[in-house]
Design a protein around this ligand. Structure first.
Ligand SMILES: [Zn+2]
Ligand SMILES: [Zn+2]
Length: 216
């Protein structure tokens, strides 16, 4: 006699006993990798399903790729907590879920007061077969014309509003942190004039501009 296809049940949520956390579709989770030396996989739960008896619970997930897992590899502008939302889906045992996490938008990630272990951010969708990113272009900053890596300190020019890496303008991070005012090379002539005309301007900031110029 033909075996009937086991009916599945869709669950609204599931409590992972090992971590005592309840997960539901839409949640972002960390999943145990096959290779324990690798970092946890980051995934978004799309559906949770069990067999007819409510056992054998499976999570239908869509993977977030880490930059090093992408075809192009990790680039300098990729943040340490950056992940790409991929088109790669999978069905995993729900008990491989190790914890919940949050995948922030790029904007909300840059506004976090502190970044916890479970905080990630995503600004690109990733096609796992072609290696293509969406969007395929992002704003670039600085003389080096790189997208913003939120792990790196940048200073903003008060003239043109562009952002600069301290190293790209011959400054240390410590020096950049101490800046009260900053004008890039292009804007510095004009910026210095404005500062001299303004009472708010301090000798301190003029010195900074001078220092920068002497170094050129
Ligand atoms: Zn730069
Ligand atoms: Zn400027």
């Amino acid at each position: 006699m033909a075996k009937a296809k086991a009916p599945k049940r869709t669950l609204e949520s599931y409590t992972v006993k090992s971590i005592n956390k309840t997960v539901k579709p839409g949640d972002c989770v960390l999943m145990r990798p096959g290779d324990p030396s690798k970092p946890s996989y980051v995934a978004k739960i799309e559906r949770i399903e069990s067999d007819a008896r409510g056992a054998n619970v499976k999570a239908h997930v869509r993977w977030y790729y880490r930059p090093e897992e992408s075809i192009g590899g990790r680039r300098q502008f990729h943040g340490s907590k950056e992940v790409f939302f991929s088109d790669h889906s999978d069905i995993q045992s729900a008990d491989t879920i190790e914890g919940k996490c949050t995948v922030h938008s790029f904007k909300s990630y840059t506004k976090l007061d502190s970044v916890g272990n479970d905080d990630f951010f995503c600004r690109f969708e990733y096609n796992s077969s072609t290696g293509a990113f969406n969007p395929d272009r992002v704003a670039v900053y600085c003389k080096c014309e790189m997208p913003y890596n939120p792990d790196d300190l940048m200073v903003q020019c008060e003239g043109c509003s562009d952002w600069f890496h301290p190293a790209c303008i011959n400054m240390t991070v410590e020096e950049a942190k101490r800046l009260d005012h900053f004008f890039c090379e292009t804007c510095s002539t004009e910026g210095q004039k404005n500062l001299q005309n303004s009472h708010a301007a301090t000798r301190h900031s003029e010195t900074k501009v001078d220092t920068k110029r002497r170094r050129r």
